[in-house]
Ligand binder design. Structure first.
Ligand code: UD1
Ligand code: MG
Length: 467
């Protein structure tokens, strides 16, 4: 059947309307509630600024965890949207069932509603977890499993649809694995639940400079939206002929007229609409928040914002079945996570804050050391001689120019290293710069990652996957 063309999807207009409301509410509420958060002792010192000694300490604090306001506005607008998403389709495009007597009854889209509600549940758990982390500084080993548990409702709904867990094997691997492997077993579900842990924590550990957390979330959300738009039934579809390595292929996007083809089938359209309904208000609250969090930050997002945005991405990736494309939008976060592993897993000392080092005389940021130097400037990061494993990893990273190490001139042993973060990596490669410039470098890297992601997904995928 021909699909309704885009202009006749009224819920999409309500979603845009709620997003405008969410943007205005965030822009207004975040600064208005800042003092309330400070009063509740939710506040932090901006680590990368210079403070005159004469300013009383009380005045230096920036309200922290204002991500709670953004998350609340986000979740409330998603709840308010429910009647709009689920009443119009009943009237206008209900699944019509014909009973034996010839009576037609329209069926309520219960399945879609359970997808929606389980997603809201995961977002709420993420918000609670993030806020508790802000208040109590929960330990890693305690907070890592929580998003995994929070993803159970999502996975159950996915399972109820008999989610297609056949994974198409890339051509070069087919001689070993065959064309399709069925990961219906526990493996695919383990992968999807790990996705939520990854997406929530990977944004949180790429943090510490003004605007970093929110701008990552904003760019990923915009990339997801752009990807969703490619699947909608636009009145006219478009084709891009592509000549690559002597082969010619045609990329086919949008278009009601494509119904029935892989792009534009009804199910696909519904999934990407679902993703849009979750991403549009997310872009709205992130934009509103970024306005106040931009250098010099008047508020901090806290872990709450990192967790809720990360969970929103996991939700759409799983429910709309594009988790691999989603991971392509996380390239800077994957790089930062892999780089961080030696510190996260205890091979290299990990200080409470791994933010770059701020120099007040030049107002520039420099790569920070795992253990900062004392006045004697011979501070060792490793108490004794580091283990073989540590030495190998640190030397490898150093050879790859990912970090800079300090070596004891007498023994040749590694004694210190710069913190293993992407922010320090930028400072090592591009030289010292101020905080505003560094966040722009991070934003550029995220944007470049998304451009590359689209290229891999649409221009290269057919080289490894046939059609
Ligand atoms: C994560 C990072 C940590 C980094 C911190 C900064 C890991 C394992 N953990 O810890 O290295 O230092 O985020 O958010 O990589 N802050 C600023 N400027 C900002 C944002 C935050 O100075 O733009 C400071 C403030 O003092 C704020 C604090 O960071 O109070 C928040 O840190 P928190 O989110 O609690 O740190 P973690 O997420 O545990
Ligand atoms: Mg944090």
């Amino acid at each position: 059947p021909l699909l309704d063309p885009l202009p006749s999807i009224p819920a999409l207009y309500s979603s845009i309307g709620f997003s405008i409301f969410a943007f205005l509410a965030t822009i207004y509420l975040v600064p208005a509630l800042g003092p309330t958060f400070v009063k509740a002792r939710l506040r932090g010192k901006d680590l990368l600024k210079y403070y005159d000694k004469s300013i009383p300490e009380e005045e230096l604090f920036v309200p922290e965890s204002l991500g709670l306001v953004a998350a609340s506005v986000y979740i409330l607008s998603l709840i308010l949207f429910i009647p709009f998403a689920f009443t119009m389709p009943i009237r206008e495009q209900a699944n019509v069932k014909t009973a034996p007597e010839g009576i037609t009854v329209s069926e309520f889209p219960h399945y879609q509603l359970s997808v929606y509600l389980s997603s809201l549940l995961s977002l709420l758990v993420a918000t609670i977890l993030g806020f508790l982390d802000d208040v109590f500084d929960i330990r890693w080993r305690h907070k890592l499993p929580i998003p995994i548990i929070a993803s159970i409702p999502l996975l159950m709904v996915y399972y109820a649809e008999q989610g297609n867990t056949n994974v198409v094997v890339p051509i070069p691997l087919r001689f070993i694995l065959g064309k399709l492997i069925n990961l219906a077993g526990p493996l695919y579900y383990v992968y999807m639940s790990l996705l939520s842990t990854f997406s929530t924590n990977s944004i949180n550990i790429l943090a510490g400079i003004n605007g970093s957390e929110v701008s990552q979330a904003l760019i990923i959300a915009l990339s997801v939206i752009l990807n969703d738009l490619l699947y909608l039934p636009w009145p006219i579809g478009f084709r891009i002929p592509l000549h690559l390595l002597g082969n010619t292929t045609e990329l086919d996007f949008g278009g009601v007229w494509n119904a029935g083809m892989s792009f534009g089938s009804r199910e696909l359209v519904e999934r990407h609409l679902f993703s849009l309904y979750f991403m549009l208000p997310l872009v709205a609250v992130c934009t509103g928040f970024l306005y106040h969090n931009w250098y010099p930050a008047r508020v901090f997002p806290g872990d709450t914002l990192c967790y809720v945005t990360g969970m929103a991405f996991a939700v759409v990736g799983i429910q709309a079945h594009f988790s691999k494309t989603l991971l392509l939008f996380f390239m800077p976060q994957i790089f930062n996570f892999l780089l961080s592993c030696p510190q996260l897993f205890g091979l290299v000392p990990c200080p409470r804050h791994r933010v770059p080092r701020f120099d007040k005389d030049t107002n520039l940021l420099y790569p920070s050391l795992a253990v900062p130097l004392n006045s004697d400037s011979t501070t060792k990061a490793f108490a004794k001689t580091p283990s073989k494993m540590t030495t190998v990893v640190v030397r490898l990273f150093s050879a790859l120019k990912l970090t800079e190490t300090t070596v004891d001139p007498a023994t040749g042993a590694v004694v210190n290293t710069t913190n293993l973060t992407i922010l320090n990596f930028f400072l090592l490669r591009f030289g010292p710069m101020n905080e505003k410039r560094l966040v722009k470098v991070l934003i550029s890297a995220q944007l470049a990652g998304s451009v590359l992601a689209f290229f891999i997904r649409y221009a290269l995928a057919w080289l490894v996957y046939d059609g």
